[in-house]
Design a protein around this ligand. Structure first.
Ligand SMILES: CC(C)(COP(=O)(O)OP(=O)(O)OC[C@H]1O[C@@H](n2cnc3c(N)ncnc32)[C@H](O)[C@@H]1OP(=O)(O)O)[C@@H](O)C(=O)NCCC(=O)NCCS
Length: 129
């Protein structure tokens, strides 16, 4: 998995689709290197980012909803919710599946259901639905 930490287009060049092209290029390179999930967090008050990521094919979670990730080998990578944060994610592989309403665990223990969470992951990582 990869997360977008910082991405910007020069102010005078915005609105010319460069931002979308940057995302596409990043996705292609990540796919080639075996990455299967791309995550982008952003401040909900920056509403244009919701449009930006939605247009790029990301799934947007409601504000404050955490996204936990099932990794190969059955490991759950917890990503707790932060206040004033909205998470979006995009599968870079058809292997990635999503299970609403499930959450993660302590190391070595199976996932437990926690209302409101979302778990995405690859085969071998996901608990039976
Ligand atoms: C977010 C950012 C990278 C987008 O780059 P961009 O080249 O301007 O975006 P694009 O031209 O590819 O826009 C694609 C779509 O995103 C949305 N969008 C992007 N910026 C927008 C804005 N300021 N207002 C409204 N919608 C916006 C639109 O839906 C747009 O589609 P449209 O042109 O059909 O309306 C750019 O605005 C930026 O650098 N912002 C400051 C840094 C930042 O917020 N980075 C992201 C978080 S790390």
């Amino acid at each position: 998995m990869a997360t977008i930490e910082a991405l910007a287009v020069a102010p005078e060049a915005r609105g010319m689709r460069l931002g979308q092209q940057l995302l596409q290029r990043a996705e292609e390179q990540l796919r080639e290197s075996g990455c299967r999930l791309l995550i982008a967090d952003f401040e909900p008050s920056r509403t244009h980012l919701a449009r930006y990521y939605a247009e790029a094919g990301f799934t947007l979670l409601p504000e404050g909803q955490p996204l936990h990730v099932g990794l190969p080998g059955g490991i759950i990578f917890p990503r707790p919710a932060h206040t004033d944060c909205r998470t979006s994610w995009k599968a870079l592989s058809k292997e990635v599946t999503v299970q609403p309403g499930l959450m993660a665990q302590a190391p070595g223990q199976p996932p437990v259901p926690i209302p409101g969470g979302v778990l995405v992951g690859v085969p071998g990582a996901m608990p039976p639905s």
